[in-house]
Design a binder for this molecule. Structure first.
Ligand SMILES: Nc1ncnc2c1ncn2[C@@H]1O[C@H](COP(=O)(O)OP(=O)(O)OP(=O)(O)O)[C@@H](O)[C@H]1O
Ligand SMILES: [Mg+2]
Length: 531
């Protein structure tokens, strides 16, 4: 039992005498919070007041029929809230004790609230312990409370009743309840912090996180998760996706975790986002409570689309390097005999009919061309970089190409908007233009038009080749630039691959846009030297 020092009351009564308080008169209250200040206080103490209400109602319910009134004050003794018996409340109100009013010794004499705050300890006053006669019919128990580990009490919780119900055990009970309230407030505070930390972790995660309850109903998501859920919902005819179990592809993994209670990690799933397949690495983890019942399922999806395309790029480069090594080997072996054959043929020219001779020679030249292309693939070619007028390279190529174009019924037009000097290997850039023009011409066996636009885009030189040929089917477009990708009877499927390789080594970009039956546009961007 909490033992109270009788001297506390004696000293308090002494003080009241010194203040000149008349014990027989009705106390008046000199200090009361304005309604604004009161509203502000209530807001600051709202968590505490809610908790006190919950605990004190429980406490009061176990004392049915006993007229108890609970009074909550702030650290200065201002009354914030009453709970409990309405008859006691009426009496108290009639004595001028209302919300906002401040308990002070100078106004109301010895009282439990002021003493509990002054000595920072539980206090009980019954009957004549009170200085003012008007309070001598009551018993009062007051306990200071703390919050967020504060040293100073943040206020008091008091119990008021009529004197016949006075029982010293009540102070101990009240003390225990206040203890529980303080502990619960600390837990609540910790939970709040944990919640904020959780939200912080969730929201800053690059992954899409989706949390469901045990039934698969989505209860929380981070921003990335929300976007994904929105996207999956929009694909359903009813536009609703409350349960993840009905989500495309990933839904079945959540269902499996739900039924097997086993986590699933590292599953690769693809989701169509605006017509593009995005790849995700999915982990689905069941969360259990202490009793081993499933309470949550947490799914996290990491977007690995970029990694996938890098992988594909790498695979392609590997393929290229194998092809390159093979090609170089084969080319090396073929080139020498080919030179011998060509030399011997030239010596024996007289023994052939002239059209046979010409045909054999042109076929040998074609073989030589393929061999030299293959050699470029395998070995890094000697490159000679210099700064040249871009337009002069194009002029040289067109001079070569125009004759063949006229013969094939192809008209070439050009629109030179802006052109500068570029730092390049002119021979490689010429080869690039030839490959593109050759393709355009081959796409127009019955003639057509090639329009060339030269312009500057930011710090890059753009050259655009537009033809109105047969166009490139989508499946070819997806593979264009891969070795041996060709649709032509006599094609090698190496032209674009070589072109890409050369543009790459110039830090440039090449892009194809094509529509079957209407034509193809090839854009090449090359960096201009810094001014
Ligand atoms: N302008 C174009 N119009 C239509 N199809 C094109 C065009 N450019 C390229 N293609 C398509 O892309 C494929 C690959 O072109 P690429 O230049 O790499 O090889 P190719 O022309 O078939 O053979 P080569 O190695 O002799 O150039 C072609 O076979 C063709 O189907
Ligand atoms: Mg080609």
């Amino acid at each position: 039992m909490l033992k109270q020092d009788a001297s506390i009351v004696i000293q308090a009564k002494e003080r009241c005498k010194e203040y000149g308080l008349d014990p027989s008169s009705l106390p008046t209250f000199s200090q009361c919070l304005s309604s604004d200040a009161y509203a502000k206080k209530i807001k600051t103490y709202s968590d505490i007041l809610d908790m006190v209400k919950f605990f004190m109602n429980k406490f009061l319910s176990s004392f049915e029929g006993v007229p108890f009134l609970v009074v909550v004050t702030d650290d200065e003794g201002h009354i914030l809230r009453f709970e409990g018996d309405s008859t006691v409340l009426d009496t108290v109100n009639q004595l001028g004790i209302k919300e906002g009013v401040r308990y002070i010794e100078k106004d109301m004499g010895v009282n439990a609230v002021s003493l509990a705050l002054r000595y920072d300890r539980p206090i009980q006053l019954a009957g004549e312990d009170h200085y003012c006669q008007v309070y001598q019919n009551t018993a009062c128990y007051s306990v200071p409370f703390r919050y967020k580990g504060n040293n100073k009490p943040l206020g008091t919780i008091s119990l008021l009743t009529h004197i016949p119900y006075d029982n010293p055990l009540l102070l101990m009970l009240l003390h225990t309840v206040v203890d529980s309230i303080e502990r619960e407030l600390l837990v609540q505070e910790k939970n709040k912090k944990l919640f904020i930390l959780n939200q912080g972790l969730l929201q800053t995660s690059y992954q899409a996180v989706i949390v469901t309850d045990a039934q698969g109903d989505i209860i929380d998501c981070n921003e990335n998760g929300k976007q994904l859920v929105k996207l999956m919902s929009s694909k359903r005819s009813d536009g609703n996706l409350s349960s993840i179990f009905y989500a495309e592809k990933i839904g079945s993994y959540f269902s499996n975790v739900h039924s097997d209670k086993q986590e699933i990690t590292g599953i690769e799933v693809s989701i169509d986002i605006d017509g593009t397949l995005h790849y995700f690495l999915l982990d689905v983890i069941p969360i259990f409570d202490d009793g081993h019942s499933l309470i949550y399922i947490v799914g996290s999806l990491r977007d690995i689309s970029e990694m996938k395309s890098a992988e594909a790029y790498l695979r392609n480069s590997e393929k290229l390097s194998v092809v390159g090594q093979m090609a170089a080997g084969v080319a090396h072996e073929i080139r020498n005999p080919l030179t011998t054959v060509k030399g011997l043929l030239q010596l024996s020219k007289d023994q052939f009919q002239s059209e046979h001779y010409n045909l054999i020679m042109s076929e040998i030249d074609r073989m030589n061309f393929i061999v030299s292309e293959l050699l470029v693939l395998g070995k890094p070619q000697a490159v000679h970089y210099s700064e040249v007028e871009f337009i002069s390279i194009l002029d040289d190529v067109l001079k070569l190409f125009e004759g063949q174009a006229v013969m094939n019924g192809i008209t070439i037009t050009r629109d030179i908007k802006s052109s500068g000097r570029i730092y390049c290997d002119p021979n490689q850039i010429k080869q690039v233009f030839i490959n593109i023009l050759k393709n355009a011409a081959e796409a127009m066996p019955y003639g057509g038009k090639i329009h060339i636009i030269v312009d500057r885009e930011g710090s890059e030189q753009l050259i655009r080749f537009v033809d109105n040929g047969e166009g490139i089917p989508e499946d070819v477009l997806n593979k264009i630039g891969q070795p041996f990708c060709t649709t032509k009877k006599d094609g090698n499927g190496l032209g674009i691959m070589m072109t890409k390789k050369m543009i790459d080594s110039h830090n440039g970009k090449i892009q194809f846009n094509s529509q079957v039956q209407s034509g193809t546009t090839v854009d090449i961007h090359l960096p201009l030297p810094h001014l």
